[in-house]
Design a protein around this ligand. Structure first.
Ligand code: FES
Length: 243
């Protein structure tokens, strides 16, 4: 499975589709798929589910990530374990992760080829544009901050971010109701409650959030304005641990 980080546009998905087809044509794998570890469709979880349902027992992830963060392997492994635990009836395949492209000998040849290909490249006209474009100030009333600090990343925050963004798009949350914007942030403070997100304007902290937790926060807090208490942590003076 070719694994990229995110696809904001259909063009990026189409590019992954082409790469996947090229890999299939090489005949090195019984089947090939592609997925996105954060934002974009299909998600890693969706594709693993499909492969499990099709009876595949062994999946090799080829991460197309440069650079590949040290915690990447850890949170992929933890996330797969969590999915196994939440859907024990499904025979999830064993997942191995190939080295980063940067660690392979082929990278030298690729870099050389890229330089050769770029030698006669022209500056695109849009990059010469110097007229100020202006911006619309967004009217959305709600903000969701998704922590991407170290402990939250190790706990799978990237997947939480991707799931939130995919659902935000699917449910049209950006322009529906009060309007919801979301953004990544550095450490929000309560690292031991990772992964953490915070919903404004109330400033409610949520900890130990997984994809199902995101769904609950969307359904209750973002759509109905009610705090999802079972995942929320109040700003008390004493230390709190994950429930
Ligand atoms: S790293 Fe997420 S709260 Fe600190």
């Amino acid at each position: 499975m070719l694994l990229a980080k995110a696809a904001i546009t259909g063009t990026a998905s189409a590019e992954m589709q082409v790469l996947s087809q090229r890999l299939a044509a090489s005949g090195v794998a019984q089947t090939t798929r592609f997925a996105f570890s954060e934002q974009g469709s299909p998600s890693l979880r969706e594709v693993l589910r499909t492969l499990a349902d099709d009876g595949f027992e062994d999946v090799l992830l080829l991460p197309l990530l440069l650079p590949m963060e040290p915690g990447f392997r850890v949170w992929i492994a933890r996330s797969v374990e969590r999915w196994r635990a939440t859907e024990p009836q499904r025979p999830w395949p064993a997942v191995r992760i190939a080295p980063s492209p940067a660690e392979t000998d082929a990278m030298d040849a690729l870099l050389r080829e890229l330089i050769e290909a770029a030698r006669d490249a022209q500056v695109p006209p849009e990059m010469r544009q110097s007229v100020p474009q202006g911006s619309v100030v967004p009217p959305q009333k709600r903000r969701v901050l998704v922590c991407q600090g170290g402990p939250c990343n190790d706990a799978g925050a990237a997947l939480i971010w991707g799931h939130l963004r995919n659902e935000q798009k699917r449910l049209n949350l950006r322009t529906g109701g009060d309007g919801v914007m979301s953004c990544k942030t550095t450490c929000l403070g309560p690292c031991n409650l990772a992964p953490v997100l915070q919903v404004f304007p109330e400033g409610t902290y949520y900890g130990g959030v997984d994809e199902a937790g995101v769904d609950r926060i969307i359904a209750r807090h973002l759509c109905r304005g009610e705090v999802a208490e079972e995942l929320a942590y109040l700003p008390l003076a004493s230390r709190q641990v994950l429930r």
